[in-house]
Design a protein around this ligand. Sequence first.
Ligand SMILES: Cc1cc2nc3c(=O)[nH]c(=O)nc-3n(C[C@H](O)[C@H](O)[C@H](O)COP(=O)(O)OP(=O)(O)OC[C@H]3O[C@@H](n4cnc5c(N)ncnc54)[C@H](O)[C@@H]3O)c2cc1C
Length: 500
Amino acid sequence: MTPQLFDHDFFYRGAAPTRVVAPHNREDAIQQVGECLREGWVVIARGGGMSYTGGYVLAEDSRPVVMIDMRQLALIDLTTLANGWVVVDAGVTWQQLHEALQPQGLRAVFGGPLSGLRATVGGAISQNAAFWGSGLHGSAAESTLGLEVLLADGTVLRTGVLSRGDAGRSRYFGPDLTSLLVGDCGRFGIKLRIALAVEPLPVAADSASFSFEQPVKLLQSMQSIARRRLAIQQVGFDPLLANVRTRRSSFADDFRTLSRVLRGSGSTLKGLRSIAEISLAGRGFLGDAGFTQHVMCEGLDTETVGSKLAQVRQIVSDLGGREIENTIPKVMMATPFTPLNGILGPNGERWIPVHGLFNVDRAEAGYRAYLDTLEAFEAEIAAQGISSATLFSAVGSATTLMEPMFFWQDELEPLHVDTLEDKVLKRIPRNPSNPTARDQVAKLRHAIMQAWKPLGVGHFQVGRAYPFAASLDEVQQRFYQQLAVTLDPHRQMNPGVLGL
Ligand SMILES: Cc1cc2nc3c(=O)[nH]c(=O)nc-3n(C[C@H](O)[C@H](O)[C@H](O)COP(=O)(O)OP(=O)(O)OC[C@H]3O[C@@H](n4cnc5c(N)ncnc54)[C@H](O)[C@@H]3O)c2cc1C
């Protein structure tokens, strides 16, 4: 891999590491990283590099910096399957894990993020990722049963079912350290191996899609289905995202009305605002577009799945939704990890999401706060040609995820070029560098985070984007600071990530 790929992610840019090393296996990693640590280097782990929150992007540090490319740590140990888990090296991708487990009739309970073709298990566990399986089982943390982590003093900490290494142990024997190390973005150490819960592949699966005129009804429907634990995954799109997806992949005609609605409104932003306002007020004019919900159900037999879907349809119908073609969930279930062409908008625009995790009773307020922020930025958004769209999802039974995303014209980074499929690279227009629009998008994301703060919002993928340390109370801050000092007294492990 070319060195210029290591000083940026899909949004953040930092200083180039002094050196990049790619250990061949776990022992090699322990030895190479251990040497760097003893010599006083700063150490940063990088998995698939498929993130956009600055997690592996370091600002200047006066010390030499080594980036550890983890992808050659790629062993999958199936010997513990009978116990209900698999042990994988941190550099294994979710696609590789899926391919290893499928012939055994198994899959990981948390099945990975949508970026799983390239994203690694170590990266996802360090971000506390969510998607496949998350409707029922929550984020990655919920089904991570044990870890093996290389600490800043060169020793290896083993937790949970890996506490005695390959000798095995039940997960709980007093307090378990596993959760503390999930979602740390590599601040507390480098994950070498991870034990993940597995389960038999579902015997039956089916899906259904619906359209609502009002976003609040979409949110209620999602939450009601999640609470009853009917769906393995759910995803929702606002009309603009449905439109983006339609333009990108010419999936379906169901959303074509939206662009007419928006064109008629004179400004894209006003269009979005008025769609939301009118639909929040209950006056539907979206025709075929609307706020769409895609529900995926599984079970031990087709009758169980049928009964779950019947309950889903009842919930939707009680809330005034109507059923539409289920093309989107069908395609998603058939190909869980597609090439990552979604890193750009449909016309080659740069793309960056910002997400929030809401308690169910705050989700509607979260959506309104997002729209208010867009309105406050209307002039800048129009001047820079920025467009936006929003994705919704249920994470477990108690959390609603909301993910606005922004598109603008700008030059591509080497990481984009390295990630896109050739056929997409050939097709898309290339734009010149546009730091003004990029800067505006950064301000907009920040303003959305601020608007969400009073609602008690949480975030996955903290990296250097979300204010984790700043959100803690005094006692919590002291605890985390002391933990960081204990584990890493010389601030050598990805310093600054998590705000620590
Ligand atoms: C198109 C697209 C779709 C996406 N879909 C989803 C989604 O559905 N759900 C979701 O949650 N996220 C999603 N993401 C975000 C991201 O891809 C995932 O969170 C993914 O898990 C990152 O894994 P990675 O291996 O690429 O990690 P990287 O980007 O390489 O690293 C992420 C962070 O983890 C740290 N890290 C990496 N490996 C280790 C290790 N072994 N030990 C310690 N720290 C480590 C890095 O230092 C960094 O802080 C998506 C991104 C894109 C571009």
